[in-house]
Design a protein around this ligand. Structure first.
Ligand code: HEM
Length: 137
């Protein structure tokens, strides 16, 4: 992966971190608007969803931080992907989550979500999700 892609993603994620709770809420709102049927595989309670949002942001944070060291990141993502099979996640869901994620970043970063930043995130999410999918289905 190109150094510039990694840098754009890491720098922009730093700006999302302080608003991680809000970003997680926005993310699930967008996700469930894109595909309401996904609600059924997530926890029902607000509290459990807040915890879930936290886990997602923390995991995204470690993945983004680990982009410089893909050999270490890949097995973590492979295991994460395999656990997602148990959560009833299907390969096609990764596209929906990717759209919700990019749209959340656009909302959260505003003008700072430039076309270059968008491309960089699309590349990084594409790589992460293909590692998760390949290991799992
Ligand atoms: C890069 C992509 C993704 C990342 C980083 C991610 C991250 C996480 C993390 C960290 C957890 C906590 C449990 C664990 O570690 O095993 C989790 C659980 C979960 N994820 Fe993901 N996920 C991703 C993609 C997806 C996709 C595509 C879906 C499909 C809608 C999804 C749905 C779920 C569900 C249903 C749970 C379990 C919730 C629960 O029962 O508590 N995730 N995810």
């Amino acid at each position: 992966m190109e150094q510039n892609t990694i840098m754009l993603v890491q720098d922009s994620f730093e700006k999302v971190k302080p608003i991680a709770d809000t970003a997680a809420k926005i993310f699930y709102d967008k996700l469930f608007k894109l595909d309401p049927s996904l609600k059924s595989i997530f926890p029902k309670s607000e509290e459990a969803m807040a915890i879930q949002g936290n886990k997602l942001m923390t995991m995204l944070g470690s993945a983004v931080a680990g982009l410089n060291n893909l050999e270490m990141l890949v097995p973590v993502l492979e295991n994460l992907g395999k656990r997602h099979v148990d959560y009833k996640v299907e390969p096609s869901h990764y596209n929906t989550v990717g759209s919700a994620l990019l749209s959340t970043l656009e909302t959260g970063l505003g003008d700072e979500f430039t076309p270059d930043v968008k491309d960089a995130w699309a590349k990084v999410y594409g790589t992460m999700s293909s590692v998760m999918i390949k290991a799992s289905y």
